[in-house]
Design a protein around this ligand. Structure first.
Ligand SMILES: Cc1cc2nc3c(=O)[nH]c(=O)nc-3n(C[C@H](O)[C@H](O)[C@H](O)COP(=O)(O)OP(=O)(O)OC[C@H]3O[C@@H](n4cnc5c(N)ncnc54)[C@H](O)[C@@H]3O)c2cc1C
Length: 374
């Protein structure tokens, strides 16, 4: 039986560990952090992520048992001049603080049979000087610092009274384009928990590094400018019951000509730059890449073939959509494209629905633009 070590127990590592342990492998799951641990995130669990959670045997009832979660069934997309479109769906996504979600995933991986160890790679290398030869498969799921960072985001938690942010707003994911955040960057506001008359909100901004570097400012200042200027966040600022300081973290969004394996090292999740190139959403792909890498190992006749098979599965299941997403991103050369998108959504229900489902990962970008070549 192949010897497998998974480095990093975020969504990607837990998913890989879960599927490999369930298929009878002995898996060592290593993380430098003791769980539960926090991860700076927008906490948005898209419809695609909900589907991916099903593959790990995590169902809506498991989510509704968590101390903190909020249902999200729709999108409010706007631009800074007040032009906006809001739409409700009959599908439920969620917002779950990563402290809660990642702990649930970790417990699932351990219950499936993974052997958890709290240590860093340096500790591991000390006890296994010949690490590379001691294992048949090394799955690198160490997140963003093992990948190639190309975006940055910052988020804060705010609490307001329910009456200050009532329906239909409190059940929507709010996304706002603002020219200060570049053409591709945006600000968000997601509801995290509705409890004891208070709504906890996750508020943040994301920018792609190529645009950020041209702005000659810093992410904290951009966050402040966004929340003070945007109509929704500005109105909430004077009603805050409490707020937590914003914290920034890099992202590894999709890149071209991506190699996700190197010898016996198989990279997944953020370590493999699998975050959505347009939205920065990464949980679904982290979970799905864990499933696919487990399949690559299980399908391989010889351990040495797993790397090649994982690269192939990546090319089949991730690359076409990433290419289409990167192509769409390259089309958005000016802020006018964002204005146009929202105007189109307001006028045409079909367009609005397709954009919303594409953002939530239910319609692949490659299908969204089937007649166009990228
Ligand atoms: C501000 C922000 C907002 C975001 N919002 C969303 C969102 O709303 N929805 C969404 O889907 N995605 C979002 N993302 C992206 C999402 O957070 C990531 O794509 C996702 O966490 C990737 O999971 P992962 O398992 O690959 O990596 P991680 O979740 O980063 O897990 C990596 C694990 O590896 C461990 N590790 C790292 N180095 C070592 C080491 N040397 N030794 C041992 N262990 C190690 C870490 O402790 C960690 O537990 C956001 C990202 C940011 C920065």
């Amino acid at each position: 039986m192949p010897r497998i070590v998974v480095l990093g127990a975020g969504p990607a590592g837990c998913s890989a560990g879960y599927h490999l342990a369930k298929s009878g492998h002995q898996v060592t799951l290593i993380d430098k952090a003791t769980f539960p641990r926090d991860k700076i995130c927008g906490d948005g669990i898209s419809f695609e992520s909900v589907q991916a959670l099903f593959t790990l045997g995590i169902y809506p009832q498991d989510i509704k048992c968590l101390a903190q979660y909020a249902p999200v069934c729709g999108l409010r997309l706007g631009v800074s001049n007040g032009n906006e479109h809001m739409q409700t769906t009959q599908l439920e996504g969620y917002c779950i603080p990563r402290f809660e979600l990642d702990n649930l995933l970790y417990q699932h991986a351990v219950e499936a049979g993974c052997i958890p160890q709290t240590q860093t790679i340096t500790d591991l290398a000390r006890s296994h000087p010949d690490l590379y030869h001691d294992y048949d498969h090394i799955i690198d799921a160490r997140g963003v610092y093992a990948g190639e960072a190309n975006a940055i985001a910052i988020r804060a938690y705010w609490s307001v009274k329910v009456e200050d942010f009532p329906e239909p707003y409190c059940s929507k994911a709010h996304i706002y384009f603002d020219p200060k955040l570049g053409v591709n960057g945006y600000g968000w506001l997601f509801p995290v928990t509705v409890k004891d008359g208070l709504i906890k909100l996750n508020v943040g901004v994301i920018l792609w590094l190529d645009e950020y570097q041209k702005l000659n400012t810093n992410i904290i200042r951009l966050f402040d400018q966004f929340v003070q200027k945007n109509e929704t966040t500005k109105a909430l600022l004077s009603k805050l019951v409490s707020q937590q300081k914003p914290r920034a973290y890099p992202l590894t969004t999709a890149k071209r000509d991506n190699r996700v394996s190197d010898g016996k090292v198989l990279k997944i999740g953020d370590a493999a730059n699998l975050t959505d190139p347009l939205t920065g959403e990464g949980i679904a792909n982290a979970l799905l890449s864990g499933l696919q890498v487990a399949q690559a190992i299980n399908m391989s006749v010889m351990p040495a073939a797993a790397a090649e098979n994982w690269q192939r599965l990546y090319q089949i299941h991730f690359e076409p959509d990433f290419q289409a997403g990167l192509w769409l991103k390259s089309l958005r050369k000016s802020f006018l494209a964002n204005q146009l998108l929202i105007s189109l959504m307001k006028r045409n229900h079909w367009v609005a629905e397709r954009v919303m489902y594409a953002v939530a990962g239910l319609i692949p970008y490659s299908e969204f633009v089937p007649s166009l070549r990228y």
